[in-house]
Design a protein around this ligand. Structure first.
Ligand SMILES: [Ca+2]
Ligand SMILES: [Ca+2]
Ligand SMILES: [Ca+2]
Length: 110
């Protein structure tokens, strides 16, 4: 079985900073997307696809200038979520609250 993750959007229910966050995503420890400014109530449309083999880790961070960037959470996406439609998981460390929407779909060769 070969699958891929289609990232759809990141919804911000609560930022970590006062005001906008400057968020970015990692996929299995490598940069995936961002930095993107987002405010409470905002969403970030993603149009990204990554191969998945078994499980993948997705982490969300807020970039800060005067201190360390904040790790807002890490989720596990599993290949077993294949063909289950639009899925969502939450990042909620440091009193932030973000929801990532994605699908796991069969990998299609070009
Ligand atoms: Ca911060
Ligand atoms: Ca920040
Ligand atoms: Ca910080």
């Amino acid at each position: 079985m070969t699958a891929e993750v289609k990232f759809v959007r990141l919804q911000c229910l609560e930022t970590e900073d006062n005001g906008a966050d400057e968020v970015y995503l990692h996929y299995n420890g490598s940069h995936l997307a961002g930095i993107h400014d987002i405010e409470t109530g905002g969403q970030w449309q993603l149009d990204l696809v990554k191969r998945i083999d078994g499980e993948a880790l997705v982490s969300l961070f807020d970039e800060d200038d005067i201190d360390e960037d904040d790790h807002l959470g890490t989720i596990v996406i599993s290949e077993s979520e294949l063909n289950q439609g639009l899925r969502s998981q939450t990042f909620n460390l440091d009193d932030a609250n973000y929801v990532l929407f994605y699908r796991v779909r069969p990998f299609e060769e070009d």
